[in-house]
Design a protein around this ligand. Structure first.
Ligand code: ATP
Ligand code: MG
Length: 396
């Protein structure tokens, strides 16, 4: 007796009425994508409002398989299942006992049988199966006890063409399957926040492309590689990512030359947003995403965010807007981006940052200084766009 399949439980997507099948199909696609990298041959199928992952090969790495499924948004619980041929009730009772013996070898848990008769021609009704299987278990294992309210072991028995037995429920990530809610452009830096922001938005079913601004030679290849690595880590959850690497050096130097230094970060951000929006529109994204959080730094006060936001036409999603740093760090650790994010490579913003940046910029003053850029800025922006390099991450 061994696990040959997983029953995949999903919650929210079950509520989507007529669109339900679209969400289910997206989930099936994402499960297939996640399992591609796992050794073994798997079949993913939908059956009567359920999704099953069945192993066809003799061998698979069970742990690796569970880990892959635990990275798929939209899955609420992953239940390893034993599948049996229907050979009559006597045999089912014997098999249920073997199941307990194999997976709960102390055979002394409180339990409840939860039968579901999806095949209506089965000779016993669900309640009868519950009662008779319960009796068989109690007889075989005298140390067990029935507890219908809080059983330690919920023995689920589903009667379909074949018979499915499961008890264990491994938590999944929840959320919605990647790609079922459009696409957004993430401004991805090498910091802690933006990879988490990307993860959070894609947990709601949004696919992601990303844009990174670097400033060679002020920022190194290692800093760039760090961002590529972060994008690769986030893509384990959200699927393939096209990373736009924009050379921002000349724009930064020009801003540094022309604008008051206490406003530098705001001006840089405004140009980052404009360029990110250019690629977002070109790439049919419905929004921008940043890792900003109110008050975290001078460029993220309400006034600074207003100044940055002003230049965008697309909505800017900021999933971390009300998060404390510590909460963000915890998510970064959970999704395994933290270790990479804290590598000490320079960021293009930190190099040109002022000692005392404005915290309450007014739109009027920002626009006034921005006018000083009119001479060359469009040319520099065009040049940055033209020389942008696209790195494809996580495509098969
Ligand atoms: P992070 O940890 O994500 O770097 P941060 O706390 O360092 O965030 P800022 O440097 O103020 O915050 O950046 C705010 C947001 O602006 C980032 O979360 C990111 O979305 C975007 N951003 C900043 N620098 C870059 C960059 N070099 N390339 C792309 N996006 C950037
Ligand atoms: Mg940063």
């Amino acid at each position: 007796m061994e696990y040959r399949a997983f029953l995949i439980k999903y919650a929210e997507i079950a509520l989507k009425g007529k669109n339900r099948y679209l969400f289910e199909n997206a989930l099936v696609d994402q499960i297939r994508r996640a399992l591609k990298k796992v050794e073994g041959d798997f079949q993913v199928r939908k059956e009567q409002g359920r999704i099953y992952v069945e192993r066809r090969s003799d061998y698979c790495d069970y742990e690796e398989c569970v880990q892959a499924l635990q990275r798929v948004f939209g899955i609420v619980r992953i239940c390893p299942v034993v599948i049996l041929e229907d050979q009559g009730f006597e045999q089912l009772a014997a098999d249920a006992c073997s199941y307990i013996e194999k997976f709960y070898p102390d055979c002394s848990k409180t339990f409840k049988v939860n039968a579901r008769r999806a095949r209506k021609s089965y000779p016993l009704q669900s309640m009868e199966i519950n009662a008779q299987l319960g009796e068989a278990v109690l007889e075989t294992f005298p140390k067990t006890r029935v507890d219908v309210h809080h059983p330690e072991l919920m023995l689920n028995v589903e009667i379909r063409e074949k018979i499915y037995i499961y008890s264990q429920e491994i938590p999944g990530l929840g959320g919605m399957p990647a790609g079922c809610n459009g696409k957004a452009m993430l401004l991805l830096s090498g910091g802690i926040d933006s990879p988490v922001a990307g993860y959070m938005i894609s947990r709601r079913g949004v696919s992601i492309d990303a844009v990174y601004f670097h400033a060679p030679p002020y920022t190194s290849d290692r800093a760039r590689q760090k961002v590529v690595d972060l994008a690769a880590q986030v893509s384990k959850y959200c699927g393939p990512v096209r990373l736009y690497v924009v050379n921002f050096t000349d724009i930064q130097l020009y801003i540094y030359d022309q604008c008051p230094h206490d406003e530098l970060t705001i001006h840089m951000r405004r140009y980052m947003m404009r360029i990110a929006e250019h690629f977002a529109v070109e790439n049919k994204c419905q929004g921008l995403v940043t890792g900003e959080s109110i008050g975290q730094v001078a460029s993220q006060t309400m006034q600074s965010l207003t100044a940055t936001n002003q230049v965008c036409t697309l909505p800017v999603y900021r999933p971390l807007i009300a998060f404390d740093k510590q909460d963000i760090v915890e998510i970064a650790q959970k999704i395994d981006t933290y270790e990479t994010s804290v590598l000490p490579y320079e960021d293009c913003c930190t190099i040109f940052v002022a000692k005392h940046p404005v915290t309450k910029p007014t739109l009027k003053s920002i626009e006034k200084s921005e006018r000083k850029l009119e001479g060359r800025i469009q040319e520099l922006v065009d040049q940055a766009i033209e020389t942008t390099e696209v790195v494809k991450i996580g495509f098969d």
